[in-house]
Design a protein around this ligand. Structure first.
Ligand code: FEO
Length: 399
């Protein structure tokens, strides 16, 4: 994508990555982008650099289509993670007179990461930088998504450069969310939030509170499309997720060896529906964990289902447990079921582990021997219905 002017004199000059499929553990099946913004005023500022994987040459080429990169006066580092700073060395090599602005912690981290004696300037909450026609104000946004992260706001353009917050991993030839399609962007926004921001939901709420009085007509995140419409919708989604709002929905996370637990899943899902919860079921062997986490966000109930494997939990299901920690949401209720051949053990161990993690787990996990027959299918259905009612607070209970 060639540079695009967002506002008069303010340009997207970033890098689209069609190829990336794994962003430090988050599956990125639609690619991503590393958004950098060039603000050409009396002075020239660049907000964020690109990733280290060949992004520098593209970034510099994009800048050169607008101004000579040597003329850059200020480079703003909102975040020092390599997908934002990887091209800094190349940029600073060309922009020899530039001052590099970052938060106090950002300056420290960039020093630790790149070991250059750049002309740093620390900026803090509310600090302003005049560029002439435009100015920039900085807001610390710690943990969104590293401790040193900050937002940069241009009041004259009513534009917020929000770094990782409000981003999504999508590569596209269109820059704006309304061009890419809001309905297409929202699932990616949610997945990105679930994997990168949900762990720091209180920080997200604090950051939104900090910027609530700013006039914002455009949000340029560091990844994915730019928001120039529906900003209230964007904030509503973030607030809803950060406030742990749930729907009448359950997510079943399961593994299966010979299909017995999978058969149970279908009958349990029917029972959940009868109890008032819609559900989605995900086989951990066939679905990326980051997609499952995304579905957990607004679920009232999580069901973990595992066959017994060597007297314990089927390893692919056990391997999912650490991912449950990512949203740091212990308000959800959990229930456990699964099949076994001769000894059993998976449901008991799952219950023990999940309770030790701090989750409220329904009593009386359901375990069934070998393949379910008619009676067992009925039992699964009743288990699902009971779990739904328990999660909705209608009854105490077990199934
Ligand atoms: Fe876009 Fe925290 O990296």
């Amino acid at each position: 994508m060639a540079p695009i002017e967002l506002r008069q004199g303010i340009y997207w000059v970033g890098v689209v990555d069609w190829d990336i499929r794994d962003f430090h553990g988050l599956s990125t099946n639609a690619g991503s982008s590393y958004n950098s913004y060039l603000i050409v005023s009396d002075k020239i500022a660049l907000v964020d650099a690109a990733d280290p994987g060949g992004g520098a040459s593209v970034l510099l080429r994009h800048i050169a289509e607008i101004v000579d990169p040597a003329r850059i006066d200020y480079v703003i580092s909102n975040h020092s993670e390599p997908d934002h700073s990887g091209a800094l060395s190349e940029v600073m090599k060309v922009a020899t007179g530039a001052t590099l602005l970052a938060s106090k912690d950002g300056v420290k981290r960039l020093g630790q990461m790149y070991h250059h004696d750049w002309n740093f300037r620390e900026v803090g909450d509310g600090d302003e930088l005049s560029l002439g026609k435009y100015s920039l104000t900085f807001f610390n946004a710690p943990l969104l998504h590293w401790p040193e992260t900050m937002f940069t706001y241009c009041p004259e353009a009513k534009t917020l450069f929000s770094c990782d917050a409000f981003g999504s991993h999508i590569a596209s030839t269109e820059l704006f969310v309304d061009e890419v399609g809001t309905d297409r962007v929202l699932p990616h926004l949610r997945k990105y939030y679930a994997f990168l921001i949900a762990s720091f939901r209180k920080a997200a709420l604090a950051a939104m509170d900090k910027i609530k009085d700013l006039e914002i007509e455009m949000i340029g995140p560091s990844h994915g499309p730019v928001w120039r419409r529906d900003i209230d919708l964007l904030f509503d989604h973030y607030r809803s997720w950060a406030n742990l709002e749930v729907k009448d929905k359950a997510t079943i996370v399961y593994g299966t060896m010979w299909g017995a637990t999978q058969t149970m899943v279908g009958a349990v899902a029917d029972g959940l529906k009868a109890g008032g919860l819609e559900s989605r079921a995900w086989n951990v062997k066939k679905t990326d964990a980051s997609d499952i986490i995304s579905d957990l966000l607004d679920s009232r109930l999580i069901l973990m289902a595992s066959p017994t494997f060597v007297s314990g939990i089927y390893p692919p299901v056990e391997a999912f447990i650490p991912y449950l920690r990512i949203p740091r949401d212990k308000t959800k209720k959990l229930a456990v079921f699964g099949s076994f051949g001769w000894s059993g053990g998976a449901t008991r161990k799952l219950t023990e582990i999940l309770r030790a993690e701090g989750y409220e787990v329904m009593d009386d996990a359901l375990q069934q021997r070998f393949f379910p027959g008619e009676d067992e299918i009925r039992e699964c259905y009743e288990f699902g219905r009971g779990a739904a009612e328990w999660a909705k607070g209608k009854e105490s209970g077990s199934a």
